[in-house]
Design a protein around this ligand. Structure first.
Ligand code: APR
Ligand code: PHB
Length: 392
């Protein structure tokens, strides 16, 4: 079967779904092809801190109502180190901005619901997705579904298929540059139905490694501790996890920690990765397909959203204003913001974790940096400006 649409979106993660929604509201027709089922996509547990800019785009997409009702607005974060804990007043230091704690899984669910309410098409369990002729004005995407082969001709392909997708892999090697840093540790995460340790997130630097107390709601917590890359989840009973978490927190937080059975426990490696450029003819890379940041700055989803915002603006000008040059702007605009978030995420990661080769000197330098950060208005402003999100 063959047909034609304006835009084919590969991947129904937050990037693909949000782009689909914004395009729909601009009267641009798009089909989403997703390899997995909707339930599988919703089963993935990811970070949960939304910048104000992200919340604004979700609202513009008509998918912000539940986030507005259930999201927790945070005006600060806490940094724990050297047995002490300091609050960074994000709202004051950033000139009035806050972040909203709301799980990425819920963002995805809201976007899926908005898409089906709008009657837009998503093909789940689309196999063997392949893209052709994206160096021409009339690219094509082929796939199989329920045993049938399909072909869609389009004007534009949006590669929203994550780090392991086929979009980036379809670009000839000579046309793409990638840079990468793999960190020598991972995060062991636990989700549990226990109240948060504190009103706000606590990022802890401890000689035994990083720890983070986050949350999904007033009754559900998300905890992380830095671990070895070859660590096995099976070796971490809930009790062992909570003992180690408590060890890495300040006394007040350790005493406030309420423990309970883990609903999920997993290990994730940390990596920084950027592919450049983000456009190849009529193929556009968006979100994790183009870049990965370590989770320390909570930037992954927020960066995907700013990519989508830029691409939507370019596609709107291209289709609705008939501006043929509009497509050329995307990569430059998106990458300028991407690299700043990559820098911030690397910096937070470097400051908060135990690195195998850093020794006592590295630990003391980190503590000096944290002391500076929590004692200097100028340093605090820089952290706050980046954490709440640079403008886009
Ligand atoms: N064909 C079709 N779909 C595919 C293919 C393929 N060959 N490969 C991957 N996909 C789908 C995946 O199943 C997934 O649902 O693409 C989707 C990509 O979604 P994500 O990995 O969530 O990436 P993205 O939408 O860019 O989300 C941004 O922000 O917080 C970070 O990593 C976090 O996922 C999050 C990201
Ligand atoms: C999370 O809640 O999962 C989370 C929060 C902040 C981060 C990373 C993850 O920096």
């Amino acid at each position: 079967m063959s047909r034609r649409v304006q835009v084919v979106i590969i991947g129904a993660g937050p990037s693909g779904l949000l782009l689909g929604q914004l395009l729909h509201l601009s009267g641009i027709e798009a089909v989403i092809l997703e390899r997995q089922t909707a339930d599988y996509v919703l089963g993935r547990i990811r970070a949960g801190v939304l910048e104000q800019g992200t919340v604004d785009v979700l609202n513009r997409a008509g998918a912000g109502a539940r986030c507005a009702a259930e999201g927790l607005v945070h005006s600060g974060v806490e940094l724990a180190f050297d047995g002490r804990r300091h609050r960074i007043d994000l709202e004051r230091l950033s000139g009035g901005k806050t972040v909203t704690v709301y799980g990425q899984t819920e963002v995805t669910r809201d976007l899926m619901q908005a898409r089906s309410a709008a009657g837009c098409e998503t093909v789940y369990q689309a196999d063997d997705v392949a893209m052709h002729d994206f160096d021409s004005d009339m690219p094509r995407v082929t796939y199989t579904h329920a045993g049938q082969t399909h072909e869609i001709s389009c004007d534009v392909i949006a590669g929203c298929d994550g780090f392991h997708g086929i979009s980036r892999a379809s670009v000839p090697e000579r046309s793409i540059t990638t840079v990468e840093r793999v960190y020598p540790f991972g995060w062991l995460g636990v989700l549990a139905d226990v109240p948060p340790v504190s009103e706000e997130l606590i990022y802890a630097n401890h000689p035994d490694g990083f720890a983070l107390c986050s949350m999904r709601s007033r009754s559900r917590s998300r905890f992380y501790i830095q671990c070895e890359l070859d660590e096995k989840v099976e070796n971490w009973s809930d009790n062992r996890f909570y003992d180690e978490l408590r060890n890495r927190l300040d006394t007040r937080a350790a005493e406030a920690l309420v423990t309970g059975p883990s609903l999920e426990k997993s290990i994730a490696p940390l990596r920084s990765f950027v592919a450049e450029p983000m456009r190849f003819g009529r193929l556009f890379l968006v979100g994790d397909a183009a870049h990965i940041v370590p989770p320390t700055g909570a930037k992954g989803l927020n960066l995907a959203v700013s990519d989508v915002h830029y691409l939507h603006e370019c596609l709107n000008a291209f289709f609705n204003d008939r501006d043929g040059a509009a497509l050329e702007d995307y990569s430059r605009r998106a990458l300028a913001r991407v690299w700043k978030a990559v820098r911030f995420s690397w910096w937070m990661t470097s400051m908060m974790h135990r690195f195998p080769d850093n020794g006592a000197f590295g630990q003391r330098i980190q503590e000096a940096e944290l002391d500076y950060l929590t004692g200097s208005e100028a340093a605090g402003r820089s952290l706050a400006e980046n954490y709440v999100g640079l403008p886009f």
